[in-house]
Design a protein around this ligand. Structure first.
Ligand code: C5P
Length: 398
């Protein structure tokens, strides 16, 4: 983050104290931080501590003539590379969504021509309120990036979504957004995790995918500067910060989310999509009423990868995955090579997920990347390192 300038607007919430740690860590990574406090934020953190940690003047008031003489609010909002609102309160977000400009923070947010990131933190009821849902949708549509919130315990004693993302994760996400990496300006779509196909309202069919490899790939692409849309099924690992997360359950929902996310420059389809769904799923819980086991009928799910690879909005590079268990009909690479041709993708990342490999649900992977030129076997690496290699290979190919 060396040489990057961040205008940090601290909102008035209990999480404001974490902004002090954020300032310190951003500066440790080489960024310059110019802090702005809302009136409410001053109730939680003092301008003096913010100023000391940022090694900067703290901006507080729109009508502070000294501030205007030194640097007009327009200039202040444009001198930065990125505007970050942390914590972003329900009120700040409502003002942003409505286009209000009645104090320094909201005026800076209206006047800027730079990317804006918000880091929400609020009570779970406020986060789930219909007005917040509307405002969040508006802010996203306006191109504002959102980091968190996460699920957890909150200062108010409640538990749920609304807790501010952890500071190290915020820093990683901001570093990715500021990266002048080779994928800057590119939009990459990543699918990840399993899908759940309902049998009835309480039962479903799933698979053992943890979502770890897809999550690592999304983070690695983000770190090279890409804007990442991350469409994930119900995975066991949390999605990375600093990517646009779309959560889905079923294969059909995943296809709809993927189509809504296009156009993209690259699609990496790492999800373990269920091949079949239960065609006769029950609308109410199936009863064990002595009538014997239910007869489930299956229907084929749409092939998301093939649909994207053969569609008219096909990304320039489409990468599929092939998790195989070698069998008597041939080896993993042979299966994956055939799959590449059948699905119409550019590359297939093949791996052997036989239980003995410990790959599915584990932290390591051993993949073979198959493209038009042939097969390239990579050594067994951590899923993070596999992801970094793949992200670099993608950047080189564009
Ligand atoms: O045919 P198979 O499931 O082995 O293909 C794996 C690849 O195809 C993965 O990239 C997976 O994300 C994708 N796929 C898909 N939609 C399906 C099934 C698989 O996108 N219904």
């Amino acid at each position: 983050m060396h040489g990057k300038r961040i205008l940090l607007i601290v909102g008035g919430g209990i999480a404001a104290f974490k902004a002090l740690d954020l300032i310190r860590r951003l500066r440790d990574r080489g960024a310059t931080v110019t802090p702005v406090l809302t009136r409410a934020a001053e109730e939680f953190v003092t301008p003096l501590s913010v100023s000391a940690l940022a090694a900067s003047k703290v901006y507080r008031d729109l009508f502070d003539l000294t501030d205007e003489a030194e640097m007009g609010h327009i200039e202040l909002s444009r001198a930065a590379d990125l505007l970050v609102v942390c914590p972003a309160t329900a009120n700040t977000m409502a003002k942003m969504a409505g286009g209000h400009a009645d104090d320094l923070a909201s005026t800076l947010l209206m006047a800027t021509d730079k990317p804006v990131v918000i880091v929400p933190a609020m009570n779970v009821r406020m986060w789930e309120h219909a007005a917040m849902r509307r405002n969040l949708a508006t802010l996203r549509a306006d191109g504002i990036r959102v980091i968190g919130p996460v699920e957890g315990s909150m200062a108010c004693g409640e538990y749920g979504p609304g807790r501010m993302a952890e500071v190290p994760e915020i820093v990683d996400a901001l570093a990715g957004m500021l990266a002048d990496g080779p994928l800057k300006g590119r939009h990459v779509l990543v699918t990840s995790g399993p899908t759940h196909e309902p049998i009835d309202p309480v039962r479903y069919i799933a698979n053992r995918s943890s979502g770890a490899q897809g999550t690592a790939i999304a983070a690695a692409l983000r770190d090279l500067g890409a804007r990442v849309t991350f469409v994930t099924g119900p995975a066991r690992v949390a999605p990375p910060e600093g990517v646009d997360v779309v959560r889905v359950e079923t294969a059909r929902e995943m296809l709809a989310a993927v189509e809504a996310a296009l156009p993209a420059d690259v699609a990496v389809m790492a999800a373990a999509v269920a091949d079949w769904r239960v065609e006769n799923a029950s609308a109410s819980k199936m009863k064990k009423d002595g009538g014997g086991a239910p007869a489930l009928a299956f229907a084929e799910n749409p092939d998301i990868l093939a649909t994207v690879a053969k569609g008219d909005r096909r990304p320039a590079l489409v990468v599929g995955f092939a998790a195989e268990t070698g069998d008597e009909n041939g080896d993993v690479v042979a299966h994956a090579t055939a799959k590449r041709a059948r699905k119409g993708c550019d590359w297939i990342v093949a791996n052997d997920v036989s239980p003995a490999t410990g790959i599915m649900g584990g932290t390591e992977n051993a993949v073979t990347v198959i493209d038009a030129e042939g097969a390239e076997a990579w050594p067994r690496l951590s899923k993070d390192e596999t992801a970094r290699r793949l992200a670099r290979r993608i950047a080189d190919a564009l």
